[in-house]
Ligand binder design. Structure first.
Ligand SMILES: Cc1ncc(COP(=O)(O)O)c(C=O)c1O
Length: 454
């Protein structure tokens, strides 16, 4: 047996014994990938095989792998000041520079930022902040959080309670009280009996119904991903959905939280995704792309109104929320360099342009008898396969279609995530036209090979 095979075997043995993974299950882990290096859009495993990173790893490596500028930024900051607290009474230079940059890039109404370590704690922070805001404004009854089915907001107790995919709470006890979920606007599957309005408006009106049912005086916020990602399989809403949602939130004094952990920083071809529909949220949460995954960092941005409220309460009744690693100087330094590169290399525009190219390359697949829909926004693209195109019935999971599609993609050098019935594509924003075309070709071949026409 070769040295590399022995090394892999030893690593996997210890891994299986001692390492618990996100969404842990040994059945999926008997022959895991052991990644050893990355360069540009490619990742190399311990056997020396190289793949295009079709999902930017976990939707986050926007600038691709091996960017020396990001490593240098982290190194410089580690040497100068690896850590210092940012609790009230202290701050640091990279954090201040970063909020100035974010203020310039984000929705105009967003005034101030709090940093977390990732997306789940950003969700928790949004929820606590929304409730705190109403309490401080003399409306302590406004506590409930309305979210949507098929949404993913993270894995802490709070974030999993907001998440609209039940598996994420299964076996962990009940979701927290005060969370409820309305239908997703999923344009491929959403149906309504209403004839008086468009499907986008009908889907948004479900929020109004829920607010009225619960009582507006009990609802703090509505949380939504602009494009439903990991839970929904890249669901781009109807153009009139979010403008209507904004109106409903304003009408009933419900805060709109935009979870842009996947869609932030140019992934969809705009800096932040609600820009596509001319909507501004009250709270925006982000993570992933802010550092391209080179350092764990996330956060929330809040409106002027919310910032004013946080500033106005008495000291003893302050926003008692804090993480040791908030505004971590190294994370902030990496984020600053990452955002500078995104701007300098005009990668947001690039995401829009190459996203269109990918979508154009894949659209002909809709003629395939088992491809229900090809959809996307910027470099965030989904290909949904179905057992029956007319009824939109899904393949039974024991047929293993998703697994076969994934294997066929791997055989063509493309690594990505295939949910039960959606191929998710979100490559690094620095990807070349050539690699985009390779992905499109590989998806077509993989689907043809893995889903046999009966
Ligand atoms: C929309 C959204 N929100 C929150 C999260 C949770 O982020 P994290 O895994 O960094 O905790 C994710 C993770 O994929 C996400 O996609």
């Amino acid at each position: 047996m070769s040295h590399k095979k022995n090394l892999k075997k030893a690593l996997v043995q210890s891994d299986l014994r001692h390492l618990i993974h996100p969404q842990h299950h040994p059945s999926e882990h008997q022959d895991p990938q052991v990644w050893v290096s990355g360069k540009g859009v490619r990742l190399t495993n311990i056997e020396g095989q190289t793949f295009i990173d079709g999902l930017s790893s976990m939707w986050n490596v926007y600038l691709g792998h091996g960017r020396k500028e990001l490593a240098a930024a982290a190194h410089r900051q580690l040497k100068q000041l690896a850590f210092a607290t940012a609790y009230a009474g202290a701050t640091n230079e990279p954090a201040v520079e970063l909020v100035k940059t974010l203020k310039r890039l984000i929705y105009p109404n967003i005034e101030a930022f709090y940093f977390t370590l990732g997306g789940s704690d950003a969700t928790d922070t949004s929820i606590r902040t929304a409730r705190f805001y109403w309490q401080a404004r003399g409306k302590p009854g406004k506590q409930k959080i309305i979210a949507r089915k098929l949404s993913y907001h993270g894995s802490t107790v709070g974030a999993a309670s907001a998440t609209g995919v039940e598996e994420f709470s299964q076996g962990f006890g009940p979701r927290l009280p005060g969370f409820l979920h309305i239908e997703s606007p999923n344009p491929y599957r959403f149906t309504t009996t209403r004839k008086d309005v468009s499907p986008g408006v009908a889907a948004a009106d479900l929020l109004e119904e829920a607010i009225l049912r619960e009582g507006p005086e009990t609802v703090a916020a509505f949380i939504a991903e602009p494009v439903q990602g990991g839970g929904g399989g890249i669901l781009v809403p109807q153009d009139d959905y979010f403008p209507r949602i904004r109106k409903i939130c304003d009408k009933y004094n419900v805060l709109l939280i935009s979870d842009e952990v996947i869609t932030g920083f140019g992934r969809t071809g705009r800096w932040f995704a609600l820009e596509h529909w001319g909507v501004q949220p009250d709270i925006v949460q982000f993570a992933k792309g802010i550092t391209s995954g080179y350092f764990p960092l996330g956060g929330i941005g809040v409106s002027k109104e919310i910032k004013k409220t946080l500033d106005s309460v008495e000291s003893g009744k302050r926003w008692w929320h804090g993480y040791t690693a908030s505004a971590h100087p190294v994370g902030c330094a990496v984020a600053l360099t990452n955002l500078r590169i995104l701007e300098k290399e005009r990668l947001v525009k690039r995401s829009e342009k190459l996203g269109r190219r990918l979508l154009r390359g894949l659209k002909p697949l809709e003629k395939h008898p088992h491809i229900g829909e090809v959809r996307g926004l910027g470099l965030l693209v989904g290909v949904e396969f179905v057992a029956n195109k007319k009824t939109k019935e899904r393949f039974s999971s024991d047929l293993g279609v998703a697994k076969r599609v994934r294997q066929e993609l791997l055989a063509r050098g493309v690594l990505t995530r295939v949910l039960d019935d959606v191929i998710c594509l979100a490559p690094p924003l620095v990807i070349s036209e050539r690699d985009i075309d390779h992905i499109a070709r590989s998806v077509k071949e993989a689907v043809t090979e893995a889903i046999r026409i009966d």
